[in-house]
Design a protein around this ligand. Structure first.
Ligand SMILES: C[S@@+](CC[C@H](N)C(=O)[O-])C[C@H]1O[C@@H](n2cnc3c(N)ncnc32)[C@H](O)[C@@H]1O
Length: 210
């Protein structure tokens, strides 16, 4: 006997039995911004264009024997660009403040190490996640301008010290001025052209210790 053809009411009965609300990343982000605007620092996730521009500064050929640290990954736009760049998911160590985003990141990047916490004071969880591997790069979307100078310097300077000479601290920024003057860190800074396919337009800053 041939199988009964599927009927439209079968589908609607199924969806009535299992109601599913699909929340977009934009909606999640906007809800986060309404609750904690200074922590979120943006009303919507970054564009793929900005994510790709950041990921392009990560050295090629990072293997699982090295780690890549991302600060403030949010819903994972930049994280996905890192994976597309060839960074193994297992190399990724992500520090995110929002519990909801951490749940999302663990589902999207199951092999990555996701730390729910404060990137300005990560504590021993970071050492455990890095597990003695050299850090190839640090990528940050932290809204640095909501923090005092000393904290900005500590987060960038601390990462540069941890990584050693030449390794990039990659930050995006909407601002015309630098969050930290490189001379304060004994570092150099490289800036990308403005990425116009992002709202608002942003540029990528790359700090390296000399
Ligand atoms: C501007 S959003 C960028 C999100 C994502 N990387 C993107 O580009 O779409 C900043 C992210 O940093 C996170 N964040 C802010 N302060 C943080 C902190 N102290 N520690 C860890 N994450 C933080 C926020 O929760 C948010 O997900």
């Amino acid at each position: 006997m041939s199988p009964r053809p599927k009927r439209a009411d079968d589908r609607s009965a199924r969806s009535a039995a299992k109601p599913r609300v699909k929340v977009s990343d934009e909606a999640r982000f906007f809800a986060g911004w309404l609750q904690r605007p200074l922590v979120m620092g943006a009303v919507s996730p970054s564009s793929k264009a900005l994510g790709r521009a950041m990921a392009a500064f990560v050295p090629e050929g990072v293997g699982e024997d090295r780690a890549v640290l991302e600060l403030g990954p949010g819903t994972g736009v930049v994280t996905q660009c890192l994976v597309d760049r060839g960074v193994p998911e297992k190399s990724l160590v992500l520090i995110e403040y929002s519990r909801e985003f951490c749940v999302l990141l663990r589902a999207r990047f199951p092999a990555a190490q996701v730390i729910e916490g404060d990137a300005y004071a990560p504590g021993p969880a970071l050492e455990a996640a890095i597990a003695g591997r050299p850090l190839a790069a640090t990528i940050s979307s932290l809204p640095l301008f909501t923090k005092p100078d000393a904290k900005r310097e500590a987060v960038i300077g601390g990462a540069l010290e941890r990584m050693g000479p030449g390794a990039p601290f990659i930050q995006f920024s909407y601002a015309l001025t630098l969050p930290v003057k490189p001379a304060r860190l004994g570092a150099t800074v490289e800036t990308s052209p403005w990425i116009k396919r992002n709202l608002p337009p942003a540029r990528v800053l790359v700090y390296r210790s000399a």
